[in-house]
Design a protein around this ligand. Structure first.
Ligand code: ATP
Ligand code: MG
Length: 418
């Protein structure tokens, strides 16, 4: 069979004798939006290939090939852990779903054999082997090579009849089957009974790099995950106000980044010493504008670090109207300090929906640990919800932010997790 590999070469994995291919069991991965790409599609595919290769290294370092909207994970050794590999594949952005499939050469007798094997395994898994007519099933066939002498319907019918003969417990039910036997006839043939949903999205690295403002809260890890899902490589900035926020709060942020890295890959976390800036804003600026002024300083520092790390955008976990600094007027004032786009993927999401995602990706339990964040320590009692940019700019002149921010940037501590 002709496959594409990372170096663009074609490899011949042609069939062994007797219709069997080794290894017989592989993982078939379906790609989503990448399949719709035009000329630059191969860039996305190569990106995905690299991400899969990195993520599957700990699963026995299998061969990975791609052809016609499918990626194939082909184990090299007998002790390959399929369960672990499917789990790993399910977390890789760009893959929509996967199936552990049996494969053979594309001859009817050969794939009929693996179809029987797949059904035998499925019946065992269902625990329903035995009682005649107790298991409803159907066969769904896709024929990817038009040169094959039977069409999809003929293959499904013939395969179905053969399986009914072999397994008395089976009965055909196309509307409400207990399981579907999927059969794909391409240059090789594949059969499988289960489809495991994966993340979708785009391969990391295919859409540039951005810098996430990562607090210890619920929102920012979700924002980072969502942007990353669109193919963006992220690094993170955390503003740390020791001793107003404790070492444990920093550990919490690093733990959140660690959990995120299961999806986003390795994350470089930059811990910014922020105490001096906050104390100065607190001492010199009007309390009601303190938060907006602080957020503007965060943007300037994050932007400088973003540029140094090759990022083209900032990402925050803000959501419209959630707190005083997240009104339209406040965000206008904040954005005016940033010289690059600020992405806010949660802008129109309700908190309950953000929490649902946080639970799904596994950050929620860590996010709700009760360590204080540097924002909450200096939160004004009555923050202005509709600040004007003019008054903010005027107020900001009261402290020497440039010097303080420069020192903060130079004092960054870097921890890479994942
Ligand atoms: P989260 O749940 O993510 O903490 P939040 O609802 O508490 O968000 P804010 O505290 O106003 O909201 O923060 C809004 C956004 O600003 C956060 O989502 C995050 O992107 C950024 N942010 C806030 N505090 C910090 C911090 N200490 N370090 C880095 N980024 C921060
Ligand atoms: Mg917060």
């Amino acid at each position: 069979m002709t496959f594409e590999t990372d170096n663009g070469k074609n490899e011949n994995n042609g069939g062994a004798g007797g219709g069997k291919l080794f290894p017989e069991r592989i993982i078939l991965c379906r790609i989503g939006e990448i399949a719709l790409k035009g000329l630059n599609r191969s860039t996305f595919e190569k990106n995905l290939y690299r991400n899969m290769r990195d993520r599957l290294k700990t699963c026995g370092d299998p061969d990975i090939h791609w052809a016609q909207s499918r990626f194939y994970v082909v184990p090299k050794s007998a002790d390959f852990d399929y369960g672990k590999a499917v789990k790993a594949v399910s977390g890789i952005f760009g893959i929509v779903s996967s199936s552990v499939a049996l494969r053979s050469v594309s001859e009817f007798d050969a794939f009929a054999e693996i179809a029987k094997k797949a059904v035998r395994e499925k019946l065992e898994a269902l625990g329903k082997k035995g009682a005649p007519g107790s298991v409803k099933f159907k066969v769904e066939t896709r024929r990817g090579v038009k040169t094959f002498p039977m069409n999809s319907l003929e293959i499904s019918c013939e395969l179905g009849a053969l399986l009914l003969d072999e397994f008395p417990e089976l009965v055909v039910n196309v509307n409400e089957p207990d399981f579907i036997l999927y059969c794909e006839v391409r240059e090789e043939s594949y059969v499988y009974t289960d489809i495991v949903k994966a993340q979708g999205g785009m391969p990391i690295g295919s859409n540039g790099k951005a810098c996430l403002l990562l607090s210890g809260g619920i929102d920012s890890p979700v924002a980072g995950y969502m942007v990353s899902k669109r193919g963006v490589k992220i690094c993170a900035v955390h503003f740390f106000s020791y001793p107003y926020t404790s070492e444990r709060a920093k550990e919490k942020v690093l733990e959140l980044a660690k959990i995120m890295s299961a999806y986003c890959g390795e994350i470089k976390v930059m811990i910014v010493p922020y105490t001096e800036v906050q104390l100065e804003i607190h001492a010199k600026c009007r309390d009601e504008l303190g938060t907006v002024i602080m957020r503007r300083s965060m943007m300037r520092i994050a932007e400088e670090l973003a540029r140094r790390n090759g990022c083209a955008a900032l990402v925050t976990g803000e959501s419209l109207g959630q707190v005083a600094s997240q009104t339209m007027q406040a965000m206008y004032c904040t954005d005016a300090a940033a010289g690059m786009p600020v992405f806010r993927p949660l802008i129109a999401m309700d908190k309950v929906d953000v929490i649902a995602v946080a639970r799904e990706i596994g950050t929620f339990e860590t996010s709700i640990l009760p360590y204080e964040d540097c924002c909450t320590v200096f939160t004004p009692r009555h923050p202005k919800t509709r600040p004007s940019l003019e008054e903010v700019l005027e107020e900001e002149k009261r402290y020497d932010y440039a010097t303080l921010e420069k020192a903060a940037v130079e004092g960054v501590e870097v921890v890479t997790v994942g």
